[in-house]
Write a protein that binds this ligand. Structure first.
Ligand code: HEC
Length: 136
């Protein structure tokens, strides 16, 4: 094949765009596949209620991010730090606290970086292992 297949180009672009948008709440919400987790979770899929942390994230951090509300981001990220479900996830609290500190200084971009870091590092594992976990 001499020239690049246009479908492949489109796919590559879509993948790049997805990676670029990982932090965007709307992208997360529309692109993230909603599948039942290994422990038989009955939440999060289309037509089901959102899972506990998913619901909390949307209502707190998602809303705060959309509103550009640095104080709410700082408060929410501080709470997130305490929600680490697994003691071996040693970066969970640090990522959250770094984001909270950035938000506390009015640095919304810095706060958003913490969303991306944690989602990339822990979201899939969280969904697989702790999806039904109650959020304090
Ligand atoms: C330390 C970890 C961590 C941090 C920091 C974090 N999140 Fe999350 N977030 C998660 C996990 C884990 C889930 C998956 C919960 C689920 O689906 O059960 C999630 C899910 C979400 C969802 C739900 C997506 C959906 O399925 O609808 C939104 C919205 C969200 N996060 C926004 C944010 C925003 C905005 C920030 C930053 C201001 C942020 N999160 C920071 C761990 C984190």
């Amino acid at each position: 094949m001499k020239s690049m297949n246009p479908h492949r180009v489109r796919w590559t672009f879509a993948a790049a765009a997805f990676v670029a948008c990982l932090g965007a709440v709307t992208a997360t919400m529309t692109v993230a596949p909603e599948v039942a987790s290994a422990d038989g979770a009955t939440c999060g899929a289309t037509g089901q209620p959102p899972c506990p942390l998913q619901k909390w994230m949307r209502a707190n951090l998602g809303a705060a991010q959309s509103n550009g509300d640095a104080a709410a981001l700082a408060a929410g990220l501080t709470k997130t730090a305490a929600m680490n479900p697994d003691p071996t996830w040693t970066d969970w609290a640090k990522i959250s606290n770094d984001g909270a500190a950035a938000a506390g200084k009015g640095d919304i971009a810095g706060a958003k970086a913490s969303c991306n870091s944690c989602h990339q590092k822990y979201k899939a594992d969280y969904k697989a292992k702790f999806r039904m976990k109650t959020v304090p």
